[in-house]
Design a protein around this ligand. Structure first.
Ligand code: 5GP
Length: 186
């Protein structure tokens, strides 16, 4: 493993930086075809989607703008609370805009389905969803990712923007956090 300082806290690498980059490039070509000349607004969900937004936006070669929202999700635990609260709202009026909602991971899908409905209610012309990762639980809810990076098993992962108590976001790959780490902090 390439993380000498934290490698004892990680069980395995699930998706490498190289796999992420290649898949995002493929999806970017698909988005360009689907956009067909329409201006795109990328909406990133802070803080986890920072890396995905950065890579996806630079992989795209069509006109686009970016905005950000922050919503409450897991806090410091590892299971979804189901409570969505806006911590930072958009700066942009999205009425009539084609929005691509960019998320790091879909687990229960509660966050994204709430966000999608919220953006539609503001009059966006279209709201599509890009998710870098998806867990098996996501198939149970009414949320379809228009663009999906990778399906992963139902394990708590960190890296590529994903954190545990604000740590590990900077890791270049997606890795399974050793359950020892959260057992220690409980
Ligand atoms: P959902 O509402 O789909 O259950 O949860 C989505 C949010 O939960 C994600 O944006 C992310 O912040 C967090 N989340 C879900 N699964 C994981 C995971 O395995 N690791 C981390 N670090 N966060 C996760």
């Amino acid at each position: 493993m390439r993380y000498d300082d934290v490698s004892d806290q990680l069980d395995e690498i699930l998706v490498t930086e190289e796999q992420l980059r290649a898949r995002i490039a493929e999806l970017a070509r698909q988005i360009e075809r689907d956009c067909d000349g329409q201006d795109l607004l990328l909406v990133g969900v802070l803080k986890g989607a920072v890396m995905v937004m950065s890579d996806l936006s630079r992989a795209l070669t069509i006109p686009l703008t970016m905005d950000w929202m922050a919503v409450s999700s897991y806090g410091h635990g590892t299971t979804s609370s189901g409570v969505v609260r806006i911590l930072k709202d958009l700066d942009t009026d999205i009425a009539g805009r084609h929005v691509l909602l960019v998320e790091d991971i879909i687990d229960t899908g509660l966050t994204l389905s709430w966000l999608r409905d919220n953006l539609i209610s503001r009059g966006a012309s279209s709201v599509k969803i890009f998710a870098a990762l998806r867990k098996p639980e996501a198939v149970k809810v009414n949320i379809v990712a228009d663009y999906l990076g990778f399906d992963i098993p139902n394990k708590f992962v960190v890296g590529y923007g994903l954190d545990f108590a604000e740590n590990y976001r900077h890791l270049r790959d997606v890795a399974v956090l050793s359950p020892r780490v959260y057992a220690e902090s409980e």
